[in-house]
Design a protein around this ligand. Structure first.
Ligand SMILES: Nc1ncnc2c1ncn2[C@@H]1O[C@H](COP(=O)(O)OP(=O)(O)OP(=O)(O)O)[C@@H](O)[C@H]1O
Ligand SMILES: [Mg+2]
Length: 255
């Protein structure tokens, strides 16, 4: 079982003149459930890209346990157990939903040396849990958008991650699909208490139903972080993002 913490310290990311991240600190200890919120363009996806190795930070340190991992690409970080999903599903178009999820499980096998049988079991469980079993033999283009979004999460879960970074998994889903996905993520978290989960999601009642802690980005900077009840009461956060009427959600309300 992994006990390492994924940590970003003073993380900066510049794209030409755009400062997408400025001196952001984030720590994902085993078992942490962190909601990452903020306006469009505030740097949420960029932070996941920098943590997962899709981008190399312009400045700052990324560590997994004691190990500096700035120089590792996404494949090497995934083999350490740092797994992410994409805001826009990135499934291989020529592979079925089941094959895509099995690719995730195979990644887990390389990480932890589990057997082919364990890998198959993880794939089956993830397909089932994330509502993809009925579409397992379909190609991504042939299945509904909601199934593609679910399969993206299933693929991450099947990798047996130490850290799971979820970029707006519920965006674009119907109310019923959102409820199904939330219930599935919640069940996954219950069964995997050691996995650190970072969930990007605009719907604050939804994200806080799953994540007791929030990090708020605004224009690439950490505006606030801490227990969700405190963060949503923060005056700066309300002005920058939330407005006056947002409450912390409960698991029952979002269903
Ligand atoms: N590859 C890139 N090249 C240039 N600019 C980029 C790139 N990726 C992100 N940016 C810029 O960095 C800023 C942060 O973008 P990012 O996608 O991280 O925001 P976000 O918080 O995920 O937004 P959304 O809620 O819309 O998904 C934006 O100004 C964006 O235009
Ligand atoms: Mg984004």
């Amino acid at each position: 079982m992994t006990t390492e913490m994924l940590r970003g310290e003073g993380v900066c990311m510049r794209f030409g003149g755009v400062h997408a991240l400025r001196e952001v600190d984030v720590a994902l200890a085993p078992g942490r459930r962190l909601g990452l919120i903020g306006p469009n363009g505030s740097g949420k996806t960029t932070l996941l890209n920098v943590l997962s190795g899709v981008y190399r930070a312009s400045a700052g340190a990324i560590r997994f346990g004691e190990r500096p991992i700035e120089r590792l690409g996404p494949g090497a970080r995934a083999r350490l157990g740092i797994v992410r999903t994409f805001q826009h599903p990135q499934l291989a178009a020529s592979l079925t939903i089941a094959e895509n999820v099995r690719l995730g499980a195979a990644l887990g096998r390389r990480v932890r040396g589990s057997s082919a049988a364990e890998e198959a079991a993880r794939s089956e469980a993830a397909l089932e849990r994330f509502g993809c079993a009925a579409y397992a033999e379909g190609l991504p283009d042939e299945v509904p958008y909601g199934v593609r979004k679910m399969a993206e999460v299933a693929r991450g879960a099947a990798a047996d991650p130490a850290v799971l970074l979820l970029d707006e998994p519920a965006a674009g889903l119907s109310r019923e699909e959102r409820a199904e996905l939330i219930a599935a993520i919640e069940a996954y978290c219950g069964d995997h208490p050691q996995v650190a989960v970072c969930l990007v999601e605009h719907d604050v009642p939804l994200v806080t139903a799953l994540c007791p802690e929030l990090l708020v980005l605004a224009a690439g900077q950490a505006l606030a972080s801490g227990p969700a009840e405190e963060v949503v009461r923060d005056e700066q956060v309300r002005v920058a993002y939330l407005g006056e009427n947002v409450q912390v959600g409960s698991k029952e309300e979002v269903r």
